[in-house]
Write a protein that binds this ligand. Structure first.
Ligand code: ASP
Length: 335
């Protein structure tokens, strides 16, 4: 959080206390009285302009990056690039791992996690939300228009209703069919398998050198009801440091959370590692500590100067890289 926002929140809390406002009233107070939401430090350009770039996990990252660059061309910044890419993938009912069409938990509920972060350290997150097509946009609202970083479950859904965001059925016939098949074969056991987790993690560097990142997912398929993975956890599924770079994770969230993976990647870059070295070291930390036969984790990062790294425990992890004129789908290294 920027210093000015922290001070604003401290002052707002003091004023709220003095006025005898309860938490709900305080939230309304801070939203309506928060002028800094309009003069966001994000909008202050950094001194050096850079070549914009965007990287996003998995095949769906290609279209997400295109949408991100379209947002940039329309005058948007790095956060807009992230949101535009996420919106597209969240609405794709064919994808089984993000937004509409995501595979449900073992009880048949599609529950979504997402977060967003900018180069100033501002962050917003929602987890365990149901019936909301665009959790990443909701996370952006949490970041920009509330005094909080993370809202969960019914509280996040209530906030979405307050914003006038319509609810939507997220379980598609295709996902329901897959779930029914899983129930027959799994005997309803809460097994976490390492397939079907293709979270989209996105990192963007705009033409003003501002970095932003986002992560949005339906989480591991057939998880226990209430399970939240790494994707909405700042530092685990996503971390951005405007001075050094950003990182995002995909794969089994429990392993990423136990090692605070994305923060680790960025911290390694801060200490001089290249983007590729940082991803490799973060993967190796997991491999040293945990049995990895049935465990996949992949990291993707984007350095402040546009350098990219990606590494996974096993083969099969790929990412899309767009840097203005060129766009490519690249296999990450592994092992
Ligand atoms: N990391 C996500 C989770 O554990 C899964 C994924 O990468 O698709 O919820």
């Amino acid at each position: 959080m920027s210093k000015s926002r922290r001070i604003f929140l401290q002052e707002a809390a003091l004023v709220a206390g003095a006025l005898g406002l309860g938490p709900a009233a305080w939230a309304r107070f801070t939203r309506s009285a928060n002028p800094s939401a309009k003069v966001h430090p994000f909008d202050i350009p950094t001194p050096e302009a850079t070549t914009p770039a965007m990287v996003s996990t998995w095949n769906h990252g290609m279209l997400a990056n295109d949408a991100g660059f379209e947002a940039l061309r329309s005058g948007g910044n790095a956060l807009d690039m992230i949101e535009a890419g996420a919106l597209l993938v969240e609405s794709d009912a064919e994808g089984l791992s993000v937004g509409v069409g995501g595979l449900p938990d073992r009880d048949g509920h599609v529950t979504l996690d997402a977060c967003i972060m900018d180069h100033t350290g501002n962050a917003g997150s929602v987890c365990f939300v149901q019936g909301i097509e665009h959790p990443l946009s909701l996370a952006r609202h949490v970041m920009e228009n509330t005094p909080h970083v993370m809202l969960s479950g019914a509280g996040a859904e209530q906030y979405a209703r307050e914003l006038g965001i319509p609810t939507r059925e997220l379980l598609t016939p295709k996902a329901e069919k897959a779930w029914n098949k899983w129930r027959e074969e799994s005997n309803y056991a809460p097994v976490i398998n390492r397939e079907n987790h293709d979270t989209i993690g996105l990192l963007a560097l705009d033409d003003q050198g501002r970095l932003a990142g986002g992560c949005t997912t339906s989480g591991v398929a057939y998880k226990m009801h209430g399970r939240v993975g790494d994707s909405p956890i700042i530092g685990a599924g996503l971390y951005v440091d405007g001075e050094f770079g950003g990182a995002t994770a995909t794969g089994l969230g429990e392993a990423v959370m136990r090692t605070v993976g994305s923060f680790l990647v960025v911290e390694l870059m801060r200490n001089g590692a290249s983007p590729q070295e940082a991803c490799e070291e973060a993967v190796h930390r997991i491999m040293k500590r945990m049995p990895t036969d049935d465990l996949q984790v992949g990291y993707l990062d984007l350095g402040k100067n546009g350098g990219v790294g990606a590494h996974a425990i096993h083969g099969g992890f790929n990412y899309a890289h767009h840097h203005g004129t060129q766009s490519a789908l690249i296999d990450a290294t592994h092992g």
